[in-house]
Every structure is written in structure tokens, then in C-alpha cells.
Design a protein around this ligand. Structure first.
Ligand SMILES: Nc1ncnc2c1ncn2[C@@H]1O[C@H](COP(=O)(O)OP(=O)(O)OP(=O)(O)O)[C@@H](O)[C@H]1O
Length: 250
């Protein structure tokens, strides 16, 4: 089943067209990776999936993004309800300057949960889900900024999980991390797909081939080719994809 279906999506920043005729199905409980050279539209598309581009002036979108069958650009629910269901994790770990506990409890609190016991349960479950509980369970009242970058990124993932999303968008989630933290996040992503649908942008082709099920190759604002990851890397249909995945450009 497809969690998200993108149909003929075009996007402009002012006069500049950043996405052209994007068509892509994102299957449920899989990892979909976006690869391609710098500036080809990967971040723009991932941000379009929970309407983060609404925050950019002069950004115009045409086409459809169906989430569970409903077009997110024509829905009646507020955008905050969409972002609860489709969470986002960024390249730089960006915890709030608050305690680890308050970072993870932030989303549930904004959605009206006040009861301490309920919050305790959500915080523990989310930190466990993000594979960082054992490392931080005794320092929940310490600032989230005081732990390592890899731990901060997993706390940010826990913060996203705390509001029970269905989809996690990850824009280069490991590019600011060392190899050991990267390996932990990769293992975590593979585990998370049992319960969530994951879309990630990565510059690291080994990473895409290690953890994604489906890969889309972007060039100049277009998707050139989408396929099962193994096939896209070993038997791409398009010459441009073959040149990119073999390192001939980009
Ligand atoms: N807010 C914006 N206003 C105007 N142009 C933008 C804006 N954001 C991105 N662009 C342009 O849109 C194009 C696509 O950018 P985008 O960040 O989506 O590419 P990307 O593939 O994610 O690149 P990278 O791999 O370097 O992060 C680029 O030409 C970029 O300069």
C-alpha cells in the first residue's frame, strides 16, 4: 500500500521552477531514499511532503500530494495536524535549549497532554523507540544540548516520535555525524520502518543502498528514475542514473 502518492507536482520559488512533473509513490513501512547532485530538488520535495514550503515566501505548488488518499494541499485539517502525522528530522541535530525530557514532551504538551504520568510514559517510549533511552535515562533533566551530536539527533527523532507520526521525513539525518553515530542512526531507521514510513535525503550512496528499499534519482528538479534500491544501483534503466551511481558525476 502507498502511504503517499505524488502526482504531477510542480513547484516554483518565485520565477524559478525547482520541481518539474514529479510522480512518485511512497510505499508504507518502507524506506524511500532521494539521491542526486546538489541543488537538484531533493530537499524541496521532502519539504513539500508536510508543507514545510508554506513557510517560504513566493513558493507556489501545483499538483497533488496524496497522504492516505487525501491531497495535503486541499485538505480541510490545519497544517499542524498534518505535521503531527508527518514528522521531520533535519541535517543538523536541532534540540530545543531545554532538558531532554522537555524536548520529547514538547509535542504531546502542545497537543494538550498535561498529566505527568502520561508524559513520563510517552517520553520513555519515544526515547526507547529512538534507541537512546539507555544512554539518557539518568540525565533526563540535563540540557539536550549537553549530549553528543549523535545522541542529540536520536533525541530529535524521539521528539518526532512522541506525537505518534505515521511518516518520518529525514533530510540528510547523518551528514553532521561521526561514523559510529551514523551506524546507530542507520540501524535505528531500519528498525523504525516496521512502524513508520520513512523518506530520507542522502548524499551517501552507500547509505541509500544499505538502508533504503526504494530509491529515486533526481537531476535538475526532475526524478530521472525510481526503482527498488538494489535494482537502481545494479541495473539502472537510464544512462544518467548509471553515470551518477557509478560516480561519474555529481
Ligand atoms: N527558499 C528558496 N528560494 C529560492 N530558491 C530556492 C530556495 N530553496 C531552494 N532553492 C533552489 O531550489 C533548487 C533546489 O534546491 P534543494 O535545496 O531542493 O536541492 P537539494 O537537491 O536538496 O540540494 P542539496 O543536496 O545541496 O541540499 C536549487 O536551485 C536551490 O537554489
Amino acid at each position: 500500500m502507498n502511504k503517499i502518492e505524488i502526482n504531477q507536482l510542480n513547484l516554483w520559488y518565485g520565477q524559478f521552477q525547482a520541481l518539474h512533473d514529479i510522480v512518485l509513490d511512497i510505499p508504507e513501512n518502507e524506506v524511500t531514499a532521494f539521491i542526486g547532485p546538489s541543488g537538484c530538488g531533493k530537499s524541496t520535495l521532502i519539504k513539500s511532503l508536510n508543507r514545510m514550503n508554506d513557510l517560504v515566501d513566493h513558493c507556489q505548488v501545483k499538483g497533488e500530494v496524496l497522504f492516505n488518499g487525501t491531497d495535503i494541499y486541499r485538505m480541510s485539517d490545519p497544517v499542524s495536524a498534518l505535521r503531527k502525522k508527518i514528522g521531520m528530522v533535519f541535517q543538523q541535530p536541532n534540540p530545543f535549549p531545554k532538558s531532554i525530557y522537555d524536548n520529547v514532551a514538547y509535542g504531546p504538551r502542545t497537543h494538550g497532554i498535561k498529566d505527568r504520568k502520561t508524559l513520563d510514559t510517552i517520553v520513555e517510549k519515544s526515547l526507547r523507540g529512538a534507541a537512546v533511552w539507555e544512554e539518557v535515562k539518568d540525565i533526563l533533566n540535563k540540557s539536550a544540548l549537553s549530549v553528543s551530536g549523535g545522541q542529540q539527533q536520536r533525541i530529535c527523532i524521539a521528539r518526532a516520535l512522541a506525537v505518534q507520526p505515521e511518516v518520518l521525513l529525514m533530510d540528510e539525518p547523518t551528514s553532521a555525524l561521526d561514523p559510529i553515530s551514523t551506524a546507530k542512526i542507520e540501524e535505528l531507521i531500519i528498525n523504525l520502518k516496521k512502524n513508520y514510513t520513512i523518506v530520507m535525503v542522502t548524499h551517501n550512496m552507500q547509505q541509500a543502498s544499505r538502508i533504503s528499499d526504494q530509491t529515486a534519482f533526481f537531476y535538475n528538479g526532475r526524478i530521472i528514475e525510481t526503482d527498488r534500491t538494489e535494482r537502481l544501483f545494479t541495473r539502472p534503466a537510464k544512462q544518467q542514473t548509471a553515470d551518477y551511481v557509478s560516480g561519474r558525476f555529481g
